[in-house]
Design a protein around this ligand. Structure first.
Ligand SMILES: C[S@@+](CC[C@H](N)C(=O)[O-])C[C@H]1O[C@@H](n2cnc3c(N)ncnc32)[C@H](O)[C@@H]1O
Length: 221
């Protein structure tokens, strides 16, 4: 990723559809790609005791996190991305791993239930008007005690996105309005250098009636 996280060729007024994202991979304009699993996510994965939790990584890109999870013994990982060329490569990469299912498709059309959904530069790749839909879809995909966990940019970007930035207050609001409680939010201390001091690490789960302010603590363990 570049210093300023200039992620893609100019997305100004573009429709960020399958063709757009595929062309980013074909032209190798993948400034978001860390080339390794994101350190805050690795630290989080180390805290999960149950290796059979059903994990989803939407907008997975090169899925370095999935490789990490496989090596750490996790048994049920689903990846989805909308880019044909990328997914073809992922299907080859994980061909021998029965613990990884690679899906080519639109996250918003995915069906299933997951205990853990991992957010890593997928939210910021979507136009802000999609944010309510993103949260609603996450809510539908999460199991009853499932968690959406990951990283969000806590900053704005000068150029038109992607990436599209924002701040914690607005994220908490859109999550709450659409049925997810961000029960843990903290400034990220171990971001990769280009993203230092600009990311939050969060955990969210379904708001269930009176338990809106629940802190489920250990439900993935
Ligand atoms: C900024 S990239 C991040 C990739 C990866 N998460 C990472 O951090 O390296 C956004 C990814 O989301 C994928 N994507 C965008 N819209 C999508 C959608 N509606 N459904 C599934 N994947 C999508 C793109 O193809 C791209 O791989």
């Amino acid at each position: 990723m570049s210093e300023e996280f200039i992620c893609c060729s100019n997305g100004n007024e573009q429709i960020l559809d399958a063709q757009y994202w595929n062309s980013q991979y074909i032209s190798n304009t993948t400034g978001w790609d860390l080339g390794k699993p994101s350190p805050p996510l690795v630290d989080f994965f180390k805290t999960i005791e149950n290796k059979d939790v059903r994990i989803l990584i939407p907008g997975c890109g090169n899925a370095y996190e999935a490789k990490y999870l496989v090596n750490a013994g996790f048994s049920n990982i689903t990846l989805i991305d909308i880019s044909t060329d990328l997914v073809k490569k992922l299907q080859e990469k994980f061909a021998e791993n029965t613990s990884v299912k690679v899906v080519l498709g639109d996250f918003f059309e995915l069906e299933g239930t997951f205990d853990l959904i991992v957010e890593q530069t997928f939210f910021c790749a979507l136009q802000p008007f999609m944010r309510s839909k993103y949260v609603q879809k996450m809510r539908n995909l999460l199991s009853e005690n499932g968690q959406l966990v990951g990283l969000l940019f806590n900053r704005n970007f000068e150029k038109q996105g992607p990436p599209f930035g924002g701040n914690t207050t607005e994220y908490m609001q859109v999550f709450k309005q659409n049925g997810l409680n961000m029960f843990e939010v903290e400034s990220c201390k171990n971001s990769v250098a280009p993203r230092a001091n600009s990311e939050i690490f969060f955990k969210a789960m379904k708001i269930n009636g009176q338990f809106e302010d629940q802190n489920p603590c250990c439900s993935l363990k």
